[in-house]
Design a protein around this ligand. Structure first.
Ligand SMILES: NC(=O)c1ccc[n+]([C@@H]2O[C@H](COP(=O)([O-])OP(=O)(O)OC[C@H]3O[C@@H](n4cnc5c(N)ncnc54)[C@H](OP(=O)(O)O)[C@@H]3O)[C@@H](O)[C@H]2O)c1
Length: 301
């Protein structure tokens, strides 16, 4: 139905246009006709006055009696008028005007659309840049070694720790709480069970190794892959794993126990050209702590 109405409307519009055009043409031709009649009449009167009765006979511009010159000049205007009605008026009609307006409007709409697209593009680029600025910079993962080592770098003996320092245990707990803890199979077996509230990742070459609440990795890199969503995974030992982790770690949280011990497992030497001490906290020996110790933080240079 809508289509039919649209079609009818278009047909009516066209008819109205044709009627308007016909009217305009009739008006133009009528005016030309009156112009022609007026020209004939006035020219005749002027020629009679000038040539017949001798009025202004002495005035002769261009070598002709002035009234004849005036009639000729008028004849030129009459010719132009005729040209306008029968030539230019034919195609420069209202349909032609509408067509021209349509073309102009079309061109303007296209350039407005182009400008809009350009503005949209610029607005998008700006919005993206602002969005990126507002995004918190993704923190780099800080792989951290945490260990307690004696002055002679002793870590443990017979798969056990050598000392008991409660403040150090609290320090370890506070540091690693909620994080991934990566350890060698032997260190894991030196503990009664997996550490609570942490993701325990155990490195072993054994393919059938199993224990409760742990993830198994066949290498250090696989362990780090398992911990990739943790911004600060901790490598908690023992000696074999520390040695492999020194190169890829960013920080060392070291408790230096100020004594030498007999041991079978040792912490690797800290190369002062690679590592920089950034923080320390010293603790003297007391009734609860048989050895003096220092909390140290090293960062990779
Ligand atoms: N003082 C401290 O801060 C501290 C901290 C942690 C531990 N410790 C002490 O350190 C001692 C244990 O250290 P540890 O050096 O003997 O052993 P560890 O490093 O805890 O574990 C070694 C085991 O890890 C696995 N492993 C090592 N590298 C591997 C690799 N690249 N790919 C796959 N598996 C790999 C092997 O398990 P499989 O044999 O199953 O293949 C290997 O036998 C204990 O005395 C413990 O008490 C001390």
């Amino acid at each position: 139905m809508i289509f039919k109405r649209t079609k009818e409307t278009t047909v009516n519009d066209r008819q109205i246009d044709l009627v308007d055009y016909a009217r305009a043409r009739i008006g133009q031709k009528k005016r030309l006709y009156y112009h022609f009649v007026g020209f004939l009449f006035v020219s005749l009167v002027l020629v009679i006055l000038n040539i017949g009765l001798g009025y202004g006979a002495e005035i002769q511009p261009f070598g002709y009696p002035w009234m004849l010159s005036a009639a000729l000049l008028w004849a030129v205007f009459l010719l132009l008028h005729t040209f306008q009605v029968y030539v230019t008026g034919r195609f420069m009609n209202s349909a032609w005007e509408k067509e021209q307006i349509k073309k102009l409007v079309g061109r303007q709409e296209a350039s407005i659309e182009k400008m809009k697209r350009k503005l949209d593009k610029e607005a998008n680029i700006k919005a993206n840049a602002e969005w990126q600025k507002e995004q918190p910079a993704k923190p780099k993962q800080r792989i951290t070694i945490i260990a307690a080592a004696a002055t002679n770098n002793a870590l443990g003996k017979d798969n056990q720790l050598i000392w008991h320092l409660s403040k150090d245990l609290q320090h370890f707990k506070a540091m690693t709480n909620g994080h991934a803890v990566i350890m060698g199979r032997k260190t894991f077996e030196s503990m009664p069970r997996a550490l609570p509230n942490r993701t325990n990742i155990i490195i072993t070459r054994q393919t059938d190794y199993q224990a409760e609440n742990i993830l198994i990795a066949s290498s250090l890199s696989q362990a780090l892959e398992l911990a990739k969503n943790d911004p600060r995974p901790f490598i908690i030992g023992g000696g074999e794993i520390y040695r492999q982790a020194m190169d890829i770690s960013d920080e060392i949280e070291l408790t230096r126990v100020h004594d030498d011990f007999d041991a079978d497992t040792f912490f690797p030497e800290i190369n002062i050209h690679q590592w920089e001490e950034v923080w320390r906290e010293e603790h003297a020996a007391d009734e609860k702590h048989a050895h003096a110790f220092t909390f140290l933080r090293y960062q990779k240079k």
